[in-house]
Ligand binder design. Structure first.
Ligand code: AMP
Length: 513
């Protein structure tokens, strides 16, 4: 098979993927539960879905929101969205109705595709946002598939360019409100081509795809690279460590978050033998503990390749494919990505010093959707994006993340900003004030917990508070424990001392070392 198609600067991502799918022809490109789709079949399916979008009047720039379980059909809808120049808005399946109402009002999509079990709770929310509602379930059935299967007039050819929006990815906000990172076709193609090169992905690769499709890792890093390289994707609807170990026998590539690796290590059958066909294990979205890296290598002989990225930037840096993969480091910036470490004035610091990580390059997003104020505070005038992560470069150019400026908690690879959770807890009966923070957790890496002070004369029950918070928040954001204090500890400036709380409750889920 020839080299991956070189993109013209003005091409949309779909044009390149379609060229590759034509070359793949009758070979399988994606499969789920033993149902394979060839390159030709995928092209045909995407065309059908594009025709259906066209029939609904979806135009260049219209948003398509998807809050549905993972399926090949969802991948088809994603690709059809790219083909017609609409904007894909994946929404975490854990979000509850109150959270979804915010995203839909902000994105104002033409279409919301959700699981069939959610229709009753989402009908009025979709209506209020002006979105038509269709269903799609993990087995590919639903009103969307039925509509797409009807004969429709072929979609008119739309000229999609690199600067057109391809997706909006909502990231949690420090102010408690999520922001939508606007990702262009150019952002996606540039990052995917860089990764194909960095990780030497070819048409001979088979990716065992266990990541969710609502996050850039599973949607862009995994799908775009494999499709552009003409490889094969074996889609699992969810991560199940036992199933993954079995299926690794038929794959060459695996991508995961640290939680996947710690769970894989609990599988007795994980061994050098069960992973012998894999040529690369990739990890990212949260810090991979050196201990996990070492244990994984001693069990399987594979040094996990850790990379660093974020919704606004795509993948920023990666440990090398050939060369030294360093435990605890996120590797070297990708060739087209400028990455610098700066002091509080935005001046680059000497090698070895820690500072704020900033990123600029063709894969960095175009700003936040309908939020010029936030865009102005998080992008410098010279184009550098302020990641909010703290890091340091060593003399060999390896980047290590040493902290997070934004108080972010990463639980199971998913970001949680304390402010959003505090806003919910503070409205619950009896709660005077709350402080939400992350503590080590053996499975999730970090777990969300809260300390609260209570109103005079009230004695709220922590379990009831957790249940009430869960009604408004996705499970991964809901505190796993709530501690009641007389007053929250504060510094002389009156700021709640979260570092002290983190220390005090560090052993909530783990034994103190
Ligand atoms: P998201 O936008 O959900 O992809 O989250 C991006 C954030 O995840 C980054 O700003 C980092 O704080 C964190 N992150 C991603 N990859 C890594 C990694 N390999 N090590 C440590 N933190 C990471």
């Amino acid at each position: 098979m020839p080299e991956a198609p070189t993109l013209q600067p003005n091409d949309g991502l779909w044009a390149a993927i379609a060229t590759r799918l034509r070359q793949v022809g009758d070979r399988t490109v994606i499969e789920q539960d033993g149902h394979p789709l060839s390159g030709h079949a995928l092209l045909q399916a995407v065309q059908q879905h594009a025709n259906a979008l066209h029939a609904l009047g979806v135009c260049l720039g219209d948003r398509i929101a998807v809050h549905a379980d993972k399926s090949v059909t969802q991948c088809v809808l994603y690709l059809a969205t790219l083909q017609v120049g609409a904007v894909y808005v994946p929404l975490n399946t854990g979000y509850v109705a109150a959270e979804l109402a915010y995203f839909l009002n902000d994105a104002t999509p033409a279409l919301l595709v959700c699981g069939s079990s959610q229709v009753s709770e989402l009908t009025s929310i979709a209506q209020a946002a002006g979105a038509r509602l269709y269903t799609l379930d993990a087995d590919g059935s639903g009103s969307w598939s039925a509509f797409a299967a009807q004969p429709h007039t072929p979609a008119a050819k739309v000229r999609v360019t690199a600067s057109d929006l391809a997706a909006i990815i909502y990231t949690s906000g420090t102010t408690g409100r999520s922001k939508g990172a606007m990702i262009t076709h150019g952002n996606l193609t540039s990052n995917a081509n860089d990764l194909i090169h960095a990780w030497q992905i070819t048409h001979a690769d088979v990716l065992l795809h266990a990541l969710p499709l609502y996050h850039i890792h599973g949607l862009f890093v995994a799908l775009n690279t494999l499709l552009l390289a003409g490889g094969r994707i074996q889609l699992l609807t969810a991560f199940d460590s036992t199933r993954v170990v079995q299926d690794l026998a038929h794959a060459t590539l695996f991508m995961g978050v640290p939680t996947y690796y710690t769970r894989l290590l609990t599988e007795p059958s994980l061994s050098k033998d069960s992973t012998r066909h894999i040529r690369l294990f990739v990890c990212g979205s949260a810090p991979l503990l050196a201990q996990t890296f070492i244990e994984f290598e001693s069990r399987t002989g594979h040094r996990v390749l850790e990379r660093y990225g974020m919704s606004e930037c795509g993948i920023i840096s990666t440990n090398p494919y050939t060369g030294d993969r360093v435990a605890g480091s996120v590797g070297i910036p990708l060739p087209l990505t400028e990455c610098r470490v700066v002091d509080s004035n935005g001046t680059p610091v000497p090698t070895g010093d820690a500072g704020g990580i900033e990123v600029r390059g063709p894969s960095v997003s175009a700003g936040y959707w309908r939020n010029p104020e936030k865009t102005a505070t998080e992008w410098r005038e010279n184009g550098f994006f302020i990641t909010g992560d703290l890091g340091t470069f060593d003399a060999r150019g390896y980047l290590t993340i040493v902290g997070r400026a934004k108080d972010l908690i990463i639980s199971g690879g998913l970001n949680v900003y304390p402010k959003e959770i505090e806003c919910v807890l503070d409205t619950l009966p009896g709660v005077d004030e709350s402080a939400v923070f992350g503590v080590p957790h053996p499975d999730f890496g970090e777990a969300v917990i809260a300390a609260i002070s209570v109103r005079a004369g009230m004695t709220p029950d922590p379990a009831a508070l957790i249940a009430a918070a869960r009604a408004q928040l996705a499970a991964f954001k809901t505190p796993k424990a709530i501690f009641i204090l007389n007053t929250l500890p504060r510094n002389t400036m009156g700021k709640v001392q979260k570092a002290l709380l983190r220390e005090r409750y560090a052993a909530t889920f783990t034994q103190p070392s």
